[in-house]
Design a protein around this ligand. Structure first.
Ligand code: SAH
Length: 361
């Protein structure tokens, strides 16, 4: 399928040669007029994918409980900024604020949303009117204050670079054009990257996060300077990983990531190992990661489901049970263990709810 973005990418490749995967991902997701997130609300049954807060209100409510507990652990600062990165439809935050009002009535958080998508900002404005949020294009303009930051399925949508090992070293994976100029194809850089020294057998593919680590380092510095914590929930891996996790989703199906630039969601597994190291390098504590399943059960998912079910119709009771199953199923295609929760914090917040203690604390 040719898309408006395909024509632009083709012209750029014709002019400047094949582009790094990070440039391709950046254009597909964030191009000002044709980027995937700039042009649509991709969430929900009629969209391209569904996320945990869209599966059940319990997810956001438990994040709200986590926020209340973390705020208390920080010594209940009155000037807390509550921040969400990539809030989607605002569902998680709406559910979290409801739970937060009950769990921490003394807290009236100042809400800040980092969101680049105009259609999703509009959805957030509708859901979160009462909380009067302030929007930001990036984390650079967030207030310099004690903060709690949450991010669900945000880091997986940031561009990555990939490198392939050959007998002659690590070559960067590039997006180029087929010989007839009608299709995009994957290729490799002409020369190996001298900066990469990891040893691996020929053929192995390595994914290097870029913006995800820059953002993690900046958030970690903010935590250390102003106090605070960051909760990232996403699908990913906890060991330094080799392998290709680039995937494209459209209408809930996997599609070729090069077939329809700007029309499919592109993501990669989040490298929690690298994110943890990036946070630790700034002096922040790293809590977890834990499997999403363990995190949600530790915060009281079972009890919450029972309480909701006790006031529900039989059909609603079934739906609640299905939601619990979807959020915690450890099977390969479920969210329970593919998804992880990890937090980083200032050095004084040595224990955060639902997560194993930092190894260095
Ligand atoms: N957290 C929501 C939505 C996840 S989809 C949920 O769980 O349902 C990814 C979100 O990140 C969307 O809101 C998208 O618009 C936003 N996003 C993607 N790239 C971004 C970027 N570079 N800066 C800010 N927000 C971004």
């Amino acid at each position: 399928m040719t898309t408006p973005l395909f024509a632009e990418i083709r012209d750029e490749i014709l002019g400047q040669g094949p582009m790094p995967l990070s440039r391709y991902m950046g254009l597909c997701l964030g191009h000002p007029t044709h980027g995937y997130y700039r042009t649509r609300d991709p969430l929900g049954a009629r969209g391209d994918f569904i996320t945990a807060p869209e599966i059940s209100q319990m997810f956001g409510e438990l994040v709200g409980i986590w926020i209340a507990a973390t705020w208390a652990a920080m010594g209940a600062p009155a000037d807390l900024a509550l921040v969400e990165l990539g809030p989607g439809r605002g569902t998680l935050m709406a559910d979290a604020l409801r739970a937060l009002a009950r769990a921490a009535p003394a807290l009236s958080p100042d809400l800040h949303l980092v969101e680049t998508s105009p259609p999703l900002r509009a959805a957030q404005a509708k859901r979160l009117t009462d909380a009067a949020p302030t929007w930001h294009e990036s984390i650079d303009t967030l207030p310099e204050r004690p903060s709690i930051v949450v991010a669900n399925e945000f880091f997986d949508a940031l561009p990555v670079r990939q490198f392939q090992r050959t007998e002659r070293g690590w070559f960067e994976r590039l997006v180029g054009l087929s010989a007839d100029g009608t299709r995009l194809t994957f290729g490799l850089s002409a020369e190996p990257d001298p900066g990469i020294v990891a040893s691996a057998p020929a053929g192995v593919l390595m994914t290097l996060p870029g913006p995800a680590l820059d953002i993690t380092r900046a958030l970690a510095r903010r935590c250390v300077t102003h106090r605070g914590a960051v909760l990232a929930i996403d699908y990913g891996h906890v060991r330094p990983g080799f392998g290709d996790s680039l995937q494209a989703l459209a209408a809930h199906r996997f599609v070729d990531p090069l077939a329809a630039p700007g029309e499919a969601d592109l993501t990669t597994h989040v490298d929690f190992f690298a994110m943890g190291r990036a946070a630790a390098s700034q002096g922040a504590l790293v809590h977890g990661p834990a499997d999403q399943r363990d995190f949600l059960f530790a915060l009281g998912l079972r009890e919450r489901a029972e309480r909701l079910s006790s006031q529900a119709t039989p059909a609603q009771v079934d739906a609640i049970a299905v939601a619990v199953q979807r959020l915690t199923d450890p099977a390969q295609r479920g969210m329970g263990s593919l998804f992880k929760a990890m937090a980083i914090s200032d050095p004084a917040s040595t224990r955060l709810a639902g997560l194993p203690p930092p190894s260095s604390a």
